[in-house]
Design a protein around this ligand. Structure first.
Ligand code: GLA
Length: 710
């Protein structure tokens, strides 16, 4: 352990051009990294005063400011609890679509090495993470390990938007709140489906409220399939009207999750993807959607299939004839894929409800005497693909698997707690990881038409321990569990690159840009009440494109079926109705919705999203409207929803982003007729300036317009 020569203070500032915004760091005379600029011009910042006067870039425990929460807090091998980092060097290299910058820091005394990684991308989204390793005599304990910790000056009316709700069926609840003095922590727990509690996404408007098109707004997404934490430390300053100081930290939630890091091992924090728009949330969304398509989502160009699912239709009550009948109806509707949900497996213990059988992935001979093959065959014969539900990470105590391997579950010496009657397998065990990947292999091998998997995970971690972890490092579980699960998912993708995967965890419990890398889409929420869904999808759409957001028509909320269809059509469209129980009129309605989907899903899934009328902000939250505009502006689709009784005067729907000089043919439908109503022609300019009048008054009604350039 010796003193290391820091990068000297006359070293060039480190400019990070993140695309339309950025940041600048510089090293002061003591080698400490300082934040010189952040924001729209942040990457162009120059030093006006000596570097030492700028805020510290990475606050550490024992650093210069004893009042500041630390982004990095460790106990060194010798028991020392302070960390003071100095800069050692900067490395920059070109990578596809951007630049990867690594700023190397080390403790001035201890052999602790911290690398700050920044990866820019043409979309304007910056990926940032931290890598930590050391060369001390024993393990180092990491207590706080945030991925980013920017400093901002914020106005008194600064606000944030967060997405935390009551848990299951309440994802993406939109909450706007002021940034008040003190520390606000927005975190999630539970490990396996933490985003049911809170989505790992935050929007901050540092200079006062932002709108779709105006104002400064930062968006952050923690790409982590485990517990996450945003922490906002706001300090007012004594000068009247002067901006307050905000230290914003984001990363994996370290609560109960001290990480014991051995010498020579490398700890990589989750990536936080973030951007800063100075023209409101639409620009922020544009960037996140472009980045998600380019860097996260699998096969972004592939149009997602039109899925018919049987969960809400049958729950556990089905047999081969009933499913074949549904497949038949799905084909009559013109679907692409039939997805068989929970309840198809279990031999010793048939899966007739959620109390048994997870782990025993053989078809239930009572329901499906000839297995999955006849179902897949039935689908194939009708030109449908076949998909299957799996929950590979779980086991019911009542199962053959648990009988064989009671030692495979996450637990300590107590009897593990059941949740939904099930236990979570321990992916830190090699055999468990092999088993989980094998579950997918075996199931896919049952028939070549099985080309889609809904991967579910229906309980949190309640007994956070693993027999693979020594007793002094049980708290590593929270981080290691995510890594091990991602290893399995990566292996499945490697083995089955053509199979489409839907990510689900009791609904949207795993809705993050980290886990999504192995998937094509996610189940946004089990809550499919279309009124709630419009608001959920509004929140989710801030950072995720509609192609990723599975949205199915169900009976949830007992809303009118045409309205439910119109809502699902603005996401990745699917149907989860008992197709045999539909009246003829209802069946016709679904058929018309499928026809609209055929014409519009390309736009919905691949177009640019324009949110027009918000159902979550302002006085009148009774309506919503959004459009998806094709990248070449040749076509667009516009959705308007009247959710509740109007609570204010009707807005006009002005549609920006079209080709101003071009003439568009306009038609609209409320799904009551086969052909949309022809509304004549308008120029792009007219549609942007005069717009369309709001057509709805009754709750739970919808209108869909299609625009096509002539
Ligand atoms: C979870 C999912 C549902 C459904 C059930 C099956 O709750 O979110 O969509 O698949 O499991 O048990």
């Amino acid at each position: 352990m010796g003193q290391n020569r820091p990068v000297t203070s006359d070293a060039q500032p480190i400019h990070i051009d993140a695309g339309g915004w950025g940041l600048t760091w510089a090293v002061d005379h003591e080698g400490v990294l300082r934040q010189v600029g952040l924001g729209p011009q942040g990457h162009l910042a120059t030093l006006d005063v000596d570097a030492r006067w700028y805020p510290i870039a990475v606050p550490t425990w024992g650093g210069p400011d004893p009042y500041l929460p630390a982004a990095l807090r460790v106990t060194h091998a010798d028991g020392m609890t302070t960390t003071r980092l100095v800069a050692e060097g900067v490395e920059r290299r070109e990578v596809p679509g951007g630049e990867h910058v690594v700023v190397a820091l080390r403790d001035e005394l201890q052999a602790l090495f911290v690398e700050l990684h920044l990866r820019t991308h043409g979309s304007g989204v910056l990926e940032q993470w931290v890598e930590i390793h050391h060369d001390q005599d024993g393990p180092v304990h990491l207590h706080d390990y945030d991925s980013v910790a920017p400093f901002l000056l914020v106005h008194p009316d600064a606000e944030l938007h967060q997405f935390g709700g009551g848990g299951w069926a309440d994802e993406w609840r939109w909450t706007t709140q002021p940034l008040t003095p003190g520390t606000t922590t927005l975190d999630s727990l539970g490990g396996l489906q933490p985003h049911l509690q809170r989505s790992p996404v935050l929007l901050v408007s540092p200079f006062g409220p932002s709108t779709e098109t105006e104002g400064d707004v930062l968006g952050l997404s923690i790409a982590w399939g485990g517990n996450t934490r945003f922490s906002l430390d706001v300090r007012p300053v004594p000068t009247p009207d002067a901006p307050a100081q905000l230290r914003l930290r984001a990363g994996a939630n370290p609560y109960g999750a001290d990480y014991v890091l051995d010498p020579g091992e490398r700890f990589v924090t989750p990536t936080v993807a973030w951007t800063w728009s100075s023209s409101g949330r639409r620009e922020l969304t544009d960037r996140f959607h472009r980045w998600t398509r380019a860097r996260v989502l699998r096969d972004p160009e592939r149009l997602r299939p039109l899925v018919v699912n049987n969960w809400e239709a049958t729950f556990f009550e089905f047999d081969q004839p009933r499913i074949v009948e549904l497949i038949d109806r799905a084909a009559m509707l013109g679907a692409d894929l039939f997805l068989l949900d929970d309840g198809w497996f279990g031999t010793t213990h048939p899966r007739d409800d959620d109390t048994t059988s997870l782990g025993d992935w053989d078809p239930d001979p009572a329901k499906l005497p000839d297995g999955l093959a006849p179902l897949a065959e039935a689908a194939l014969e009708r030109d449908l693909r076949f998909g299957i539900w799996l929950e590979p990470e779980m086991v019911n105590p009542v199962s053959d698997l648990h009988e064989r391997h009671p030692e495979w579950v996450l637990r300590d010496r107590r009897e593990p707690r059941l949740h939904r009657h099930q236990l979570a397998l321990d992916p830190l065990l090699d055999d468990v990881r092999a088993f989980e990947a094998d579950v997918v292999d075996r199931t896919l091998a049952m028939h070549p038409a099985i080309s889609y998997v809904k991967w579910d995970a229906n309980r949190p971690i309640t007994d956070p321990s693993s027999s693979a972890l020594a007793s002094d490092r049980r708290s590593n579980l929270w981080v290691d569990h995510v890594r091990a699960t991602w290893d399995v998912m990566a292996e499945v993708v490697r083995r089955h690159p053509e199979v489409e995967l839907m990510l689900c965890a009791s609904g949207g419990g795993r809705t993050d840009h980290g886990t999504l890398r192995w998937f094509h889409e996610f189940w946004t929420s089990d809550n499919t009440d279309p009124v709630t869904r419009v608001r959920m999808q509004w929140g989710c759409s801030q950072v995720f494109p509609a192609a990723a957001m599975a949205a199915h028509v169900t009976r949830w909320g007992e809303r009118p079926l045409d309205f439910a269809c119109a809502v699902a059509l603005s996401g990745r469209f699917g149907i989860d109705l008992d197709l045999r129980a539909l009246t003829d009129d209802e069946f016709e309605l679904c058929r018309r919705a499928v026809a609209v989907a055929r014409r519009t899903q390309g736009l919905v899934q691949h177009g640019d999203l324009v949110r027009l009328v918000s159902p979550v902000e302002g006085v009148d939250r009774s309506r919503a409207a959004l459009a998806h505009v094709g990248a070449d502006r040749a076509a667009a689709v516009l959705f308007a929803y009247q959710l509740e009784a109007p609570d204010g005067s009707a807005p006009t729907l002005r549609i920006p982003g079209l080709d101003a000089a071009a003439v568009y043919r306009l038609s609209s439908t409320d799904l009551s007729t086969d052909e949309p109503v022809d509304l004549g022609e308008r120029t792009g300019e007219q549609l942007a300036a005069e717009g369309l009048p709001w057509p709805l008054t009754d709750p739970c009604t919808a209108r869909i317009w299609e625009l096509e350039r002539r």
